[in-house]
Design a protein around this ligand. Structure first.
Ligand SMILES: O=C(O)C(=O)C[C@H](O)[C@H](O)CO
Length: 318
């Protein structure tokens, strides 16, 4: 096992509706943990890599659930601290038989939104080889945005590989213009950017994978992987470009968390020194697996489950 992956973000309590319908009409919810970076951390840990998560929790039942879930999933929680005042964020997620579920956040002013540069400055960056960032932590508050910039600066100084998934959350930004400007600036500082083709429309003015990749490479990112939903993904590195076909699954249960599964697949493979082609293929496999589960992270596979899925599922034409 090499050095680990470092993440920063907001894990939340997650209430998943057990019945279809508007969230206020649902009678039963099941309790779980959500958060894009939490999902990536879980995926990386299930594949036997070291992973640490910088966050702040409230001293409340959601905070306690999250800390015990982090530990239970083998994620290092030594960088987790508790806020005396602020609460842990949580969210509701609907149940659907088709399309994306309705979600509602209770996260404004949460404990995680008080993370700041000083929290980043206490990290020993020599413990890590990779940093993975999303566009969510920078959207939480002005202090979290500064913390993310500081993490890039210190991570860069320590020679870490930095990946960035824009993960658009328009409801967390003051304006779309600010979201686009900030996320593209963060992306320009990354070694690897992983947008979806739909996000490309908003961030780069095109949903064509080749154009999105060219946009970010021109901004300064060395490599780009564009997720193209069930079709698969397109990648461009300084040396080569390629298309990787997606895996065919019987039924999509819930697409939430698929992008995080994709990131876990790509990053775990890169941490193992695999080629980009293989890394993107693993990303596509875990993204597909995630779509077959209702939870945001419960389907994330172990190495054996991943190998079994890849050996038994056909690929699309792409
Ligand atoms: O982290 C967030 O902002 C979420 O919305 C929680 C979910 O687990 C996430 O959408 C999955 O990417």
């Amino acid at each position: 096992m090499g050095k680990g992956l470092l993440l920063v973000g907001e894990p939340m309590g997650l209430l998943i509706a057990k019945q279809e319908g508007a969230l206020e009409t649902v009678k039963d919810y099941s309790l779980a943990v959500a958060g894009a970076e939490f999902n990536v951390a879980t995926g990386i840990s299930r594949l036997n890599h070291k992973v640490s998560y910088l966050t702040k929790l409230g001293d409340d039942p959601f905070g306690k659930l999250i800390e015990s879930t982090l530990r239970g999933n083998g994620i290092d929680s030594s960088l987790v601290s508790y806020s005396k005042k602020e609460r842990t964020g949580f969210m509701l997620k609907g149940k659907v038989s088709k399309g994306d579920p309705q979600i509602f956040y209770f996260r404004a002013g949460s404990a995680a939104s008080t993370l700041s540069e000083s929290d980043v400055e206490q990290i020993d960056f020599t413990r890590f080889s990779h940093i993975h960032l999303t566009g969510i932590a920078p959207a939480l508050s002005e202090t979290t945005l500064k913390a993310v910039y500081r993490m890039i600066e210190l991570g860069r100084k320590a020679g870490l590989f930095i990946s960035f998934d824009p993960n658009l959350r328009p409801q967390l930004w003051k304006s779309q213009e600010l979201m686009v400007k900030t996320l593209n600036n963060l992306a320009s500082k990354a070694d690897l950017v992983m947008p979806g083709d739909g996000e490309g429309d908003i961030l780069c003015g095109s949903s064509e994978p080749e154009k999105i990749a060219a946009f970010y490479q021109k901004l300064g990112a060395s490599s780009v992987i564009v997720k193209c939903g069930p079709q698969g993904a397109y990648y461009a590195t300084p040396e080569k470009t390629g298309k990787v076909a997606g895996f065919i699954i019987d039924k999509v249960v819930d697409t939430v968390g698929a992008g995080d599964g994709f990131a876990a697949g790509v990053l775990s493979a890169l941490m193992e020194g695999l080629d980009f082609d293989k890394a993107v293929e693993r990303g596509c496999a875990i993204g597909a697996i995630q779509c077959t589960f209702a939870g945001d992270n419960e389907g994330l596979p172990t190495k054996a489950q991943l190998e079994q899925f890849m050996a038994s599922h056909k690929r699309r034409d792409f």
